[in-house]
Design a protein around this ligand. Structure first.
Ligand code: NDP
Length: 426
């Protein structure tokens, strides 16, 4: 292992072992040989509750620019669902390793650092953002690392995510942990918050400004709950979309100006053939949805930006309701990838359709600063135990999860802890 030899003294009675139980904290800086991890294997691709299995695997070895982190808690994201299903692609075709540990969000403690790492030391409390790159091309040096050909998402395109006692990451993935949050609260937000931040602030000249109107799909979900808060913090107006009245108060509580229930409309799915037999009725429904927006923004005032991710079911409507010269920014196609839109309105009204993917370190760090300054709440919905990691993913896959971001405990034995000392004594 190419790491500095900084290993801090034992705390009384703790043993150096080769494998620790979940929740058992090794002496600070002692790296065991093995660890527990929820592993997916190619032959198990399918629903998360069968694809993920708790296995004993080797603890990864940090290279000179890498950091080994003891994972205290992790966040649940769709990445884990996609990795389990092997859809739309198998992660094994990407990284070619025999097993895959999902998990692209975590909070934890720096446990060992590579010999060239200077920004972090053993014992630092961190959150991990999920962007990796090789750092040696022009996009990583003066451009945007998200455009680097080596850009990849840790825990999805790499096999070594956070559903394990230890995880090995590039040192530039670490950011300071908001100390006012618990381990699980700090583990649940980085992926969704940083993604929402880039979508709203990362695509010039369509930068969110005070007074803008933004339509936010899935407003109660992970991405949506972060977007609503960012929009509100920036002094703009968020219009949140939900599918169930039980979510309305939650979304308004995040600061949304208004909430629309998509179940009140029937214009979802791919665009029907333009001027075909269904087109007239379809457009009536779209205009009804547009009017619901105007009831909030004022007659004739279309939204400046649409914050998109459901994809196939909503995309034609997103492209219709955004204003002339406005932007539909999207980072996913949860309901399907065959996106359609009425091209006439996009070109004539010069609308921008912009793909967006996670965030670079600067954007992630700016978003994290808002969390540290308590301007944004992590919107943690539910905390699951280590054993319930597959079940948490099943809930997400079935859209049965509670509003906000889900967290799971890894080395933190119970919810509510904020320090390493508490975890050792638990
Ligand atoms: P969540 O499940 O937390 O939220 C998604 C929301 O979408 C749900 O709350 C639901 O709200 C809404 N939704 C579900 N079905 C439909 C539908 N048919 N029409 C409209 N809305 C629907 O997921 P996340 O917010 O964490 O992630 C959403 C997507 O974004 C995933 O596909 C994920 O992989 C992707 N993603 C991509 C990232 C990137 O960097 N590219 C980063 C983060 C996430 P309701 O039913 O109330 O409308």
């Amino acid at each position: 292992m190419n790491t500095t030899a900084e290993v801090l003294p034992f705390r009384g009675g703790q043993e150096k072992k080769d494998l620790y139980e979940i929740g058992e904290i090794p002496p600070l800086g002692h790296v065991p040989k093995q660890m527990y991890a929820w592993a997916i294997r190619r032959e198990r691709h399918g629903d998360p509750d069968t694809a993920m299995l708790c296995e004993t695997v080797d603890v990864p070895q940090p290279d000179s620019h890498e950091v080994l982190v003891l994972v205290m808690a992790a966040g649940v994201n769709y990445n884990g669902v996609w990795a389990a299903l092997g859809k739309p692609i198998s992660v094994f075709d990407v990284h070619k390793e025999p097993f895959h540990i999902a998990g692209s969000d975590a909070s934890g403690i720096v446990w060992a650092v590579g010999s060239k790492v200077t920004r972090w030391k053993v014992g630092d409390e961190v959150v991990i953002h999920c962007n990796q790159d090789d750092g040696d091309d022009e996009e990583c040096n003066g451009g945007d690392p998200m455009l680097s050909p080596t850009q990849r998402i840790w825990g999805y395109e790499t096999p070594d995510g956070s559903f394990a006692q230890f995880t090995n990451v590039q040192s530039q993935q670490l950011m300071p942990r908001p100390k006012h949050l618990t381990w699980e609260e700090s583990a649940c937000y980085t992926l969704t918050l940083a993604t929402a931040y880039r979508m709203l602030f990362g695509h010039r000249p369509h930068i969110l400004r005070p007074g803008h109107n933004v339509l936010v799909w899935g407003a109660s979900g992970g991405l949506g709950s972060m977007a609503i808060q960012l929009i509100t913090t920036a002094g703009a107006n968020a219009i949140g979309v939900i599918s169930d009245e039980s979510k309305r108060e939650f979304v308004l509580g995040l600061g949304a100006k208004a909430v629309i229930n998509r179940k009140d409309f029937n214009c979802w799915g791919q665009l029907p053939t333009v001027n075909g037999p269904e087109f007239g009725d379809y457009m009536k429904e779209v205009r009804k949805f547009g009017k619901a927006i105007w009831d909030i923004t004022g007659k004739g005032t279309d939204v400046d930006t649409v914050f998109e991710h459901p994809g196939e079911q909503t995309f034609p409507v997103s492209c219709n309701v955004v204003k002339r010269g406005g932007m539909v920014v999207f980072c996913a196609g949860t309901t399907g990838f065959n996106l359609t839109f009425d091209a006439r309105f996009v070109w004539m009204r010069q609308k921008r359709i912009q793909g967006s993917h996670f965030a670079n370190l600067k954007q992630a760090a700016q978003a994290n600063k808002l969390m540290i300054e308590r301007r944004i709440d992590p919107s943690m919905s539910e905390v699951f135990s280590w054993d319930d990691i597959p079940r948490a993913h099943m809930k997400m896959m079935r859209n049965e999860h509670k509003p906000g971001n889900m967290a799971v405990l890894v080395q933190a034995k119970r919810p509510g802890m904020r320090t390493l000392e508490e975890a050792v004594d638990a």
